[in-house]
Design a protein around this ligand. Structure first.
Ligand SMILES: *[C@@H]1O[C@H](CO)[C@@H](O)[C@H](O)[C@H]1NC(C)=O
Ligand SMILES: *[C@@H]1O[C@H](CO)[C@@H](O)[C@H](O)[C@H]1NC(C)=O
Ligand SMILES: *[C@@H]1O[C@H](CO)[C@@H](O)[C@H](O)[C@H]1NC(C)=O
Length: 232
């Protein structure tokens, strides 16, 4: 733009040898001012656009700043909440593992649960009316901060077999899915010899002294929950 102005000044005021009349100068001058006007107008529009963009960005920045403050506040609230939760959890654990028993001493498993190796087992053995479908049994275990039993080693299999009291079956955490037996976390049963073919809609039942059997998940059975033992 500066170059253009200089150019205008030059053509208007430098003497032109061929056409040295005034009218021509004025024409050139008018033409130059016209073009200058257009350039100025474009500049003005550009400034306006940039300015409104900056205003937008400032507003957006302010919004983000607010959001950040909100989140910081929420994190603080959650930390406070978490701290309280930790304390009430600790209190719950102390009560459950150390006080809620006759000897008033700390145990690796809760009252009514059986310690074997590093796990606690709950053998849920209600009468016929209390028996549950696989899904309901699982809900029950989860309500106890546990899950249906998962059996990964030969030793754990022996333990489940050992706890499968009586002559009826107990749900374990194994179900047929897509033609495969799968534990609840989705891993496949590695030892296929432990049970027969996986029939869709069937779940696994442990019966003492027998191979696991495949039963419709909607049947009602007893069940065994498992939970990590507390290390004291
Ligand atoms: C921040 O939280 C307040 C209320 O806690 C709410 O009114 C405001 O809209 C929130 N701001 C953002 C940017 O989320
Ligand atoms: C709550 O306990 C968890 C472990 O269970 C720990 O990582 C966390 O730092 C604790 N939070 C507070 C606020 O003490
Ligand atoms: C643990 O399970 C095994 C079978 O795997 C059994 O022989 C043993 O008696 C059980 N231990 C207890 C303390 O019940």
């Amino acid at each position: 733009m500066w170059d253009f102005s200089v150019f205008c000044v030059l053509i208007v005021f430098l003497p032109d040898e061929k056409e040295n009349n005034k009218q021509c100068h004025y024409q050139k001058l008018a033409c130059c001012f016209g073009i200058l006007c257009v350039i100025l107008l474009a500049g003005l529009v550009a400034v306006f656009v940039v300015h409104s963009n900056i205003t937008n960005l400032t507003t957006r920045n302010q919004d983000l700043e607010n959001q950040k403050n909100n989140l910081t506040q929420r994190i603080q609230d959650m930390e406070t909440n978490w701290n309280e939760q930790n304390i009430s959890r600790a209190q719950w654990s102390i009560y459950t593992y150390c006080i809620d028993n006759d000897a008033k001493q700390c145990n690796s498993c809760r009252k009514g649960w059986l310690l074997n190796q590093t796990s606690c087992y709950a053998v849920v053995n209600p009468d016929d009316r209390g028996q549950k479908t696989w899904e309901e049994a699982r809900e029950d275990c989860r309500g106890k901060n546990a899950d249906l039993s998962v059996v990964l080693t030969e030793k754990e299999k022996d333990t489940i077999n050992y706890y499968s009291w009586g002559d009826t079956g107990y749900w374990i955490g194994l179900r047929a899915e897509g033609g495969k037996w799968k534990w609840m976390d989705g891993t496949e049963l590695a030892q296929t010899s432990w049970i027969g073919d996986a029939t869709e809609g069937h779940c696994a039942v442990s019966i003492q002294g027998e191979r696991w059997s495949s039963v419709s998940c909607g049947d009602r059975q007893r069940w065994i929950c498992i939970q990590d033992a507390l290390s004291l």
